[in-house]
Design a protein around this ligand. Structure first.
Ligand SMILES: Cc1ncc(COP(=O)(O)O)c(C=O)c1O
Length: 430
């Protein structure tokens, strides 16, 4: 566009940058590229035939209503069936607490619109979901980052930080967390920490946005209670989606919130897109009503846990010493840390030449100085043989880089030793 017009952009738009992950998705198009980038469900998991049948029945029986606008809150029978599923997870709610949205990503946007003023603080884990960072940043939010460990956000550091921040004139408004198989790091928050977080929300007066797109995709261990199930003050807004358990193309997700917050979310949504796709909502509802959703979740878990096992076996076989990764209990991602001082974007350049792609970790950190030596691998999308072949290629890139690094550091060490020896002999002579 000509720059004359670009000057009309809002300050917000001027700050907006294309996400590295979305850019990387284009690489999937290159022939024989094996991509661990992106976060796509496997197309094998899409129940195309069943959805075709359901869509056909809906259009035959109630076609005009399915093609009409709907109310902003969402299709009532779908709100009801989502509420029932959430009650089974321990949430004390009704359909009046449920808002159907156009993909759960929209909840991040709506929450930002109703809670964030410029310069307000959002607390996030470090790393966290990239698109939440860009979404909140587009509203000119600032971030406080809390490091993670195997148990997700470090609660000791979080509590300490909240104690300090609560003394400020403008303490944090929202704490954004992904308790289950976090994107990108795959870590899960223990129940004890979930309860603690709710207690701290009450002590320090903040709202929790609980993002749970992967909760149903557990391959090992038992399901844990959502943070929302511990909430008796209406401080937790829960969000989830049909994207990972049915189809992202339907663009149907949901929020569960206290009525006062839900009312504001609805008003914000009215001016965004009026309502989620009515046809999509009816398909999702009918899919649940006909009893398909739980067997579908079971099938997806079988498919993805097999892929995770392949991934972990390939990592063990091909990764050189010094490369570390977190074994997730579910979800879609494997988080990898390479030795300090190495830069995953340099490795990506080399990997792309060998026709294998991943996402560098830096983008998932609010602080641009963090995460240089990290990267994220998606294991749900590549076909089984490509997982192994992709890791073989990646392993050879990492191996080469480690050897190069070792050579460089031994050469530097040897040079240093020689210089020291020369210096020593000169001193000896003087
Ligand atoms: C952590 C997280 N939150 C939210 C979303 C949004 O999902 P959707 O808008 O498809 O429901 C995603 C999608 O990848 C995600 O990884």
């Amino acid at each position: 566009m000509n720059s004359e017009l670009a000057r009309h952009f809002s300050d917000r738009a001027k700050e907006m940058k294309a996400s590295e992950v979305r850019e990387l998705l284009k690489l999937l198009q290159v022939p024989d590229m094996i991509s661990f980038a992106g976060g796509l469900p496997n197309p094998e998991s899409f129940p195309v035939e069943i959805i075709r049948e359901i869509a056909n029945d809906i259009l035959l029986k109630d076609g005009t209503a399915a093609l009409q606008y709907g109310i902003t809150e969402g299709y009532a029978p779908l709100r009801e069936s989502v509420a029932e599923r959430m009650q089974k997870k321990g949430m004390d709610i009704t359909k009046e607490n449920v808002l159907i949205v156009s993909g759960s990503q929209q909840v991040i946007d709506l929450m930002g619109k109703i809670f964030i003023d410029p310069k307000d603080t959002v607390v996030v884990s470090s790393p966290t979901y990239l698109t939440a960072l860009t979404g909140f940043a587009s509203l000119q939010a600032t971030f406080e980052s809390i490091p993670i460990d195997q148990d997700n956000m470090r609660m000791d550091i979080f509590e300490e930080r909240m104690k300090r921040l609560s003394r400020r004139a403008n303490p944090p408004e929202i704490v954004y967390v992904l308790p289950n198989f976090q994107n990108p790091a795959g870590v899960t928050m223990p129940e004890k920490s979930r309860k603690k977080l709710v207690d701290l929300a009450s002590d320090y007066d903040f709202i929790i946005l609980e993002d749970d797109p992967y909760g149903e995709l557990r391959y090992v261990g038992e399901h844990l209670r959502p943070i929302k199930s511990f909430d008796d003050e209406g401080r937790v807004v829960y969000m989830s989606t049909f994207s990972k358990i049915l189809s992202p193309g339907l663009r149907v997700g949901w929020a569960v919130a206290d009525p006062e917050i839900l009312r504001k979310l609805i008003i914000a949504k009215q001016s965004t897109d009026v309502c989620a796709s009515v046809l999509g909502q009816r398909i999702a509802h009918e899919y649940i009503a006909r009893g398909h959703i739980d067997p579908q979740i079971k099938r997806i878990c079988e498919l993805y846990s097999r892929k995770l096992r392949l991934m972990l076996a390939g990592m063990k076989q091909y990764m050189p010493e010094g490369i570390r990764w977190i074994e997730p209990e579910g979800g879609m991602f494997l988080w990898v840390t390479i030795p300090e001082g190495m830069d995953s974007s340099k490795l990506l350049e080399k990997a792309l030449k060998k026709r294998v792609a991943f996402v560098t970790g830096k983008a998932f950190f609010a602080d641009p100085k963090e995460g240089t030596n990290t990267l994220r691998l998606n294991f749900t999308h590549p076909a089984d043989p490509l997982i192994t072949e992709g890791l073989r290629r990646l392993g050879s890139v990492f191996n080469q880089e480690m050897v190069h690094r070792w050579d460089k550091s031994t050469t530097e060490n040897e040079e240093k030793k020689m210089l020291d020896a020369v210096r020593g002999s000169l001193i000896g002579k003087s």
